[in-house]
Design a protein around this ligand. Structure first.
Ligand SMILES: *Cc1c(COP(=O)(O)O)cnc(C)c1O
Length: 227
C-alpha cells in the first residue's frame, strides 16, 4: 500500500516539476495509471491512494479487472491496439479509447455505444515519427479523419495519442503542432483538449512539448512481468 502511495506521489511530483519548468499549470496534465499485467488487487491499492483513471491494453484482461472492481469509481481507458471485432466490448465497457486510427473503428464505437452511457471519448492515434512497426494513421490523414469522426453521434473526439520511438523528443513537438493545427481548423470542436503522450521514461519531455495526459505504468507499479 505504502509503496504504491509513494510511487504515485513521486510521479505526481515529477509532473508538477515538469509543469513548472514548462510554465504550465499542473491542472493541465492528467495522470493515467497504466495497469496492464498487474492484478486487480494492485489497482485497488492505487485507487485507494487517490488514482481514478486507469489504462489497459489487453481486452480480456481488462474486462476481468472491470468486473472485479465494478464497485469502484474508476474511469477506464483502453490504450491498446483496437481490432475491428473488439469494438462492441470497448463501446460497452470503457470511457475512453486512445488507439483509434481509422474511420471504421470510430463508426463502430459510435454505433455500438449503449444509449444509456455518455458518448465515448476517443483519441486519434498518429504514427507521428513514421515507425514501420507502429499502429496509428499517417499525420497527413488526421484532418480528414477529424472531419469524418465529428459527424458521428456517440463520440467525443478528444485529441491525439502518440507513442514515439524512445528518445525521439522531436516527435512530441510534431504531435503538439498537429494537435494545434486541428484546433485552428476546427475552432468549434470544444471537446478537442487532449494530447495523450509521455510514458515513464519520457514524461518530462512530453509535458515540456504540451502533453495533457501522461500514460504511466512502470513508474507507478514497478516492472511488468509478462509470464
Ligand atoms: C505500456 C504502455 C504505457 C506505459 O509504459 P511505461 O513505460 O510502463 O510507463 C503507456 N502507453 C502505452 C500505449 C502502453 O502500451
Amino acid at each position: 500500500m505504502y509503496q504504491f502511495l509513494k510511487a504515485r506521489q513521486g510521479v505526481l511530483a515529477q509532473i508538477e516539476q515538469a509543469c513548472q519548468q514548462a510554465q504550465r499549470n499542473v491542472s493541465e496534465v492528467q495522470l493515467l495509471a497504466v495497469s496492464k499485467t498487474h492484478p486487480s488487487s494492485a489497482l485497488n491499492v492505487m485507487y485507494e491512494s487517490g488514482q481514478r483513471a486507469f489504462g489497459e491494453n489487453y481486452l480480456q484482461e481488462a474486462l476481468q479487472k472491470i468486473s472485479d472492481l465494478k464497485a469502484l469509481d474508476i474511469e477506464w481507458h483502453f490504450i491498446g491496439h483496437v481490432q475491428r471485432n473488439k469494438t462492441k466490448l470497448l463501446a460497452e465497457n470503457f470511457a475512453w479509447v486512445h488507439g483509434v486510427d481509422r474511420l471504421i473503428i470510430a463508426q463502430r464505437l459510435s454505433q455500438q455505444r449503449p444509449e444509456q452511457l455518455a458518448p465515448i471519448n476517443i483519441c486519434i492515434q498518429v504514427n507521428i515519427d513514421h515507425q514501420d512497426s507502429k499502429d496509428g494513421c499517417h499525420p497527413d490523414e488526421v484532418l480528414a479523419l477529424v472531419n469524418d469522426i465529428i459527424q458521428l453521434p456517440n463520440i467525443h473526439l478528444r485529441g491525439l495519442m502518440v507513442i514515439p520511438a524512445p528518445n525521439h523528443t522531436q516527435a512530441f513537438t510534431d504531435a503538439k503542432q498537429l494537435f494545434e493545427k486541428v484546433r485552428e481548423n476546427y475552432p468549434s470542436l470544444t471537446t478537442w483538449d487532449t494530447l495523450s503522450m509521455g510514458m515513464s521514461g519520457d514524461l518530462l519531455d512530453a509535458i515540456q512539448a504540451g502533453s495533457t495526459m501522461v500514460r504511466i505504468g512502470t513508474a507507478l507499479f514497478g516492472q511488468r512481468d509478462y509470464q
